[in-house]
Design a protein around this ligand. Structure first.
Ligand SMILES: Cc1cc2nc3c(=O)[nH]c(=O)nc-3n(C[C@H](O)[C@H](O)[C@H](O)COP(=O)(O)O)c2cc1C
Length: 269
């Protein structure tokens, strides 16, 4: 049976399609490439005590975008400037979406030290551990929950010493937890648990540019982050690059192009 665009709007658990009225907000949304998918694993619930994620009356889930900012440069950030273009276009595409901004440089992340490592081992072995370990695990769980509550991700990530900034590595070390974001299968290896989610990553670098001689740097930035995202199940990962930002005479034009790429990415995510 052929489905109209309106009928394709909702894909409910167990592959049941339902029709929705042809309202203007739905017409706007159809310009985006993907239909909204209501995942069986996500039911009616609130975002950390916030608003319920189903749009009242419409019977469909509100898409939640998490923007992880991995640069401390605030309003001067190039990666954040490009990411802003993505956010604007995404919210045009998903008028009822919620945006959660996690600015890592303005967030106190729980340390991943001896207590946190012991807490992780307790969780794996099902043991209780000390009060400090229990508190540490709760902090980890809270951040994992904020991360896994998102439907899609936006990362703004400058290259720092050929890799990602340490703030982002710290975040990754907290949220990459067996049973929560991945599982390890003895035969098949790592299996991501965040399936059904997509990501856009804005990469900047001052000197490095793809194809440059190795004397000007090597990319352990996108190689690492793209691998990590796919390992935890996030796929596809759409890259938007603004490189180089410092060794260039065409930053303004490159910034415009990167913003346009970000807008296009927002329409395909
Ligand atoms: C600590 C630090 C390390 C950096 N390391 C590199 C590097 O290895 N390669 C490179 O091309 N640029 C490097 N840069 C430059 C940044 O990647 C570049 O300025 C980028 O545009 C910053 O993005 P932002 O404005 O979003 O913070 C480094 C910058 C800082 C602050």
């Amino acid at each position: 049976m052929a489905l109209s665009a309106a009928e394709k709007w909702l894909w409910l658990p167990r592959n049941r399609w339902v029709s929705l009225p042809d309202v203007p907000s739905l017409r706007r949304h159809r310009e985006c490439k993907h239909d909204t998918f209501v995942s069986p694993r996500r039911s009616l619930r609130s975002v950390r005590g916030g608003p319920v994620r189903y749009a009242a009356g419409a019977g469909r889930e509100v898409t939640r975008l998490l923007h992880v900012k991995a640069t401390p440069t605030g309003p001067r950030s190039r990666s954040a400037a490009v990411a802003e273009a993505f956010v604007d276009a995404f919210l045009e595409c998903h008028p009822q979406a919620t945006l959660d901004v996690l600015d890592l440089s303005a967030t106190t992340l729980p340390p991943v030290g001896a207590v946190a490592v012991a807490a992780k081992k307790n969780a794996i072995s099902g043991t209780t551990g000390s009060a400090d370990e229990a508190m540490s695990w709760q902090q980890t769980r809270d951040l994992v929950r904020r991360f896994t509550d998102a439907d899609h991700y936006l990362f703004s990530v400058p290259m720092w010493n050929f890799g990602i900034p340490y703030l982002l590595k710290h975040f990754i070390d907290i949220v990459t937890q067996p049973g929560l974001t991945f599982r390890l299968d003895p035969r098949h290896g790592y299996q991501g648990l965040l399936t059904g989610r997509r990501a856009c990553v804005v990469y900047t670098s001052g000197v490095y540019t793809p194809g440059c001689p190795p004397e000007f740097g090597v990319d352990f930035q996108s190689a690492y982050l793209n691998y990590w995202l796919r390992t935890i199940g996030v796929d596809p990962v759409i890259e938007v690059a603004l490189r180089p930002t410092d060794f260039t005479g065409s930053l303004a034009a490159d910034l415009d192009r990167a913003r346009e790429d970000a807008r296009k990415a927002a329409h395909t995510i």
